[in-house]
Design a protein around this ligand. Sequence first.
Ligand code: DGL
Length: 294
Amino acid sequence: MIGVYDSGYGGLSVLRELRAVLPRHDFVYLGDSGRAPYGGRDTDTVLDFAEQCVERLFEEGCRLIVVACHTVSCVALRHLQRRYVQGPDSQRRILGVTIPAAEAAVAVSQGHVGVIGTTRTISSGTFAMEIAKLGPHRVSAHAAPLLAPIVEEAWEDSDIARLAVARYVAQFPGIDTLVLACTHYPLLLPAFEAAVGRGVRVLDPSPAVAARLLDWLARHPGYAEEGTGALRVLCTGDPDVFRRHGARFLGAELPAVQHVAEEQGRLAHRDSVRVVLGQVVRDSAPGAKTDPPR
Ligand code: DGL
């Protein structure tokens, strides 16, 4: 069973490619939709959320996890690998999307790669570092913080989406390849292709991620056996909303989505989403000082 983790829906577009090349493998997908977007969050918060999510996937029985989220792959992958995968004999593996995406970009670029992603992905500089290991390409990288929320709203086929994409793309003069380094952006592919104009290739890294995983599994047998092609989906947000919106990213109906939520620093299964009306006052811990009245 292979675990796939993303901050929300976007990784379903990666899962779609993974299932296409591994149709007999079983997958568990965890979308942290209740806490997405991750892209503007500080690095420590991304690390905390990522730890909880991979721990949940290990508890679900996965030994191999693909971090589909570019933000997490760029800032937290090394941390996750160091914390949960000890030594070459470890029974666990955690793979990311940045290296396959960088390799795919270098393979097609004539020399000037554009990288567009979330604020945290771009500020990490990880893409530029990985591309620099592969060749002498010039890299221009810019954040596009409005785009993931537009896709979350299902507004990808709107004037707002086209205008926002065109405005961000204008920041990349001279590139020949534009890497969509955010799981949400493949849904904006028509808007990107219209905005970049002729001679610039827009690259969705998901097929390269799938090809790399296939190759990795052939070289590392035993981390994920073939099954029946089953899919389980967990999310931290509203599971009905996730199931409805998720179909756009997966390109197929989702099974019933299970709800997980943070409980004392870990993600636990919950029967239903807790909806609260009005204010919530927490009980003070025994012995804790109460705030003075204002
Ligand atoms: N999954 C995130 C990524 O690929 C996009 C959305 C977010 O900001 O959480 O970077």
